[in-house]
Design a protein around this ligand. Structure first.
Ligand code: MLT
Length: 316
């Protein structure tokens, strides 16, 4: 009688008292983690659920991405990822998932500039002196990154190509631990997102040489940094977009609820204030549309694939 009385409820989303997990494919304390935690905060109310972050790091971000590709498609396991969705397919051989067909695209979040930074005791105080130091130390330079396929890896590749100097890549599970080693002097250089570097540059914990955006940034701690173009590297521009993903087959009404909640979250004044303070730019409504998101990632894949193939760097 109870079953008849209550009837068969359509599967509601979110499931009562079940948290929604945002998987971050890099270690805690890094730039992707920063965006995810601020976004989780802003999504809590519009989704009407507890939103937690799970760091599933390794292999340049493909371990975490694969975890979501293979997860239950009930809308309770999501992926926050960045430009790596457009670089991994070219860089990671035998990648265990397909970026275009194993995920539902739930909308984009923000664009984040990158900064070229160095250890605090690096004997160079501006980009020109850095170039001199690089030329004198060929073969001895350690460049941190978050694994092949990460944003820091992509930026590091572009920088080595621009300098015509190969550097030793030192991979970490995220640029959180990478920047800690840079501050400690264990590595020489790192190209990382302002969501991670702004506070370290402000605190003079690292040397800062340039930003990778077409124009200078307005964030107080970053506004005096030259663009790569001003520094003489005119084609060197890279901005890191972030998007939200779910496993393929997530019900369309669940996808819509998440995309609607994302649009509310991206207008959250607190979220915007945090992002602005870190040099990030929250995307406008057009780019939060799911179809736009999917189209943009496909365009980025086409843009970066030839660049990466030329670099010939692959992860097995
Ligand atoms: C990257 O380099 O892809 C990310 O900055 C890594 C991270 O978020 O830790």
């Amino acid at each position: 009688i109870a079953a008849v009385a209550f009837g068969a409820q359509a599967a509601d989303y979110p499931v009562k008292d079940k948290p929604i997990t945002i998987v971050v494919p890099f270690s805690a304390g890094g730039p992707t983690d920063r965006v995810a935690r601020d976004l989780a905060e802003a999504l809590r109310k519009p989704l009407g659920a507890t939103v937690v972050v799970d760091n599933a790091a390794g292999a340049g971000g493909s371990i975490g991405a694969n975890k979501v590709a293979k997860a239950n498609n009930d809308g309770h396991t999501l992926l926050l990822h960045h430009i790596g969705m457009a670089t991994m397919p070219t860089l990671v051989r035998n990648i265990p998932f397909k970026v275009d067909s194993d995920f539902e695209y739930l909308g984009m979040v923000n664009d984040v500039p990158m900064t070229l930074i160095g250890r605090p005791n690096l004997p160079a105080n501006n980009f020109k002196e850095l170039v001199g130091w690089i030329q004198q130390n060929k073969g001895k330079i350690n460049l941190g990154n978050a694994g092949v396929g990460s944003a820091s890896h992509l930026c590091g590749l572009l920088f080595q190509q621009a300098m015509g100097v190969e550097m030793t890549a030192v991979p970490y599970k995220g640029t959180g631990p990478a920047i800690t080693d840079l501050i400690g002097g264990q590595i020489d250089l790192l190209c990382d997102q302002t969501t991670n570097t702004t506070s370290q540059i402000e605190g003079k914990k690292v040397k800062a040489f340039a930003v990778t955006t077409p124009k200078r940034l307005t964030t107080p701690a970053l506004k005096d940094l030259p663009t790569m173009e001003e520094a003489g590297l005119k084609d060197f521009q890279v901005t890191i977009f972030h998007g939200l993903y779910a496993p393929k087959g997530t019900p369309a009404d669940v996808q819509k609820k998440i995309n609607d909640a994302l649009k509310v979250a991206l207008k959250d004044p607190d979220f915007n204030k945090k992002q602005e303070g870190l040099g990030a730019v929250v995307v406008t409504d057009r780019r939060v549309e799911q179809a736009e998101h999917k189209k943009f990632v496909a365009q980025e894949l086409d843009k970066w694939s030839p660049v990466l193939k030329k670099a010939g760097v692959y992860a097995d």
